[in-house]
Design a protein around this ligand. Structure first.
Ligand code: SF4
Length: 282
């Protein structure tokens, strides 16, 4: 089982306040009591992975390292990883993460990107890139995702090389910002999409105040499945399963361009989608 924990839904970047992506849910930071209570109540669910990320910047939560340490106390088998926009990443934080046995840091960098040494000096983006370079010397398992899908293959190679010489070999190009905001429309037109979502089925998104919701795209709380403080995690998971089995679709899902909804690349979902496209175009 995979949990996504919203350590906070506050972010130093302005995406939450743009008209299209305005976050209407109450904003806040998860406190240690809420986190420990969630872990206590979920400990019998066979958790394999906990991701700190979602609608806010996890590094804004001052207790984030304590959360990771607490996971280790519960079970050394649970992998914890963290998604960040990189703005608050520092060698000091990386050191504490390495000590806490965090498995992986995924830095999703938002545009505009300037991966050329001459333009980096003195710029805000340059400082982030320099910090990431220092962090990579301390924390080995770091992955960079540039949220800028329109780059050509040649540009992507230059960018990958830029990071490689700074000690980072895992470099990807995605269509989502760290908070999940999608910046590229999916190739499959609306109306031709499979009714269920792999992300909804496979991951469980817990907000900073302990609510189970569909995913990071729920900006208003309209998909709330339940409150982990009141209902048992097992009954909420069962409720989610019933929603999936009925192929129920939330209104926000109709316009969702998140590619994770189709599951892993090249998987059965892709084949199904292609088949639907062929059938509907003939
Ligand atoms: S389709 Fe999109 S909005 Fe709906 S649950 Fe999946 S990821 Fe979230």
């Amino acid at each position: 089982m995979k949990l996504t924990i919203e350590a906070t839904n506050i972010c130093p970047l302005p995406c939450h306040d743009s008209d299209k992506n305005r976050l209407l849910r109450e904003r806040g930071v998860m406190d240690t009591n809420t986190f420990k209570s969630i872990m206590e109540r979920c400990k019998n669910l066979d958790i394999q992975e906990i991701k700190f990320g979602g609608s806010g910047e996890a590094l804004l939560n001052p207790d984030i390292t304590d959360f990771i340490n607490h996971i280790n106390l519960i079970s050394s088998k649970i992998k914890s990883f963290l998604v960040t926009n990189g703005t608050l990443l520092s060698p000091k934080i990386a050191e504490s993460f390495a000590k806490a046995n965090l498995k992986n840091i995924e830095v999703i960098l938002s545009p505009p990107h300037v991966p050329l040494t001459t333009t980096l000096r003195g710029s805000a983006k340059g400082r982030i890139y320099e910090n990431i370079t220092l962090v990579a010397k301390i924390f080995q398992n770091i992955k960079i995702v540039h949220a800028l899908p329109q780059w050509s293959d040649e540009q992507r190679q230059i960018v990958s090389q830029f990071w490689r010489i700074r000690g980072i070999s895992k470099v990807f190009f995605g269509s989502r910002l760290a908070c999940g905001v999608v910046i590229k429309k999916h190739e499959t037109p609306l109306g031709l999409r499979p009714p269920t979502c792999a992300l909804f089925r496979g991951e469980h998104y817990i907000t900073w105040n302990g609510k189970l919701i569909s995913c990071c795209h729920d900006r208003s709380g309209e998909t709330e499945i339940g409150d982990l403080d009141i209902e048992s995690p097992a009954s909420l998971i069962e409720k989610k399963k019933r929603i999936t089995d009925r192929q129920f679709f939330y209104p926000i899902c109709y316009e969702c361009d998140d590619d994770r909804r189709y599951g892993s690349k090249g998987g059965i979902q892709k084949v199904v989608r292609q088949a639907i496209n062929i059938l509907t175009s003939s």
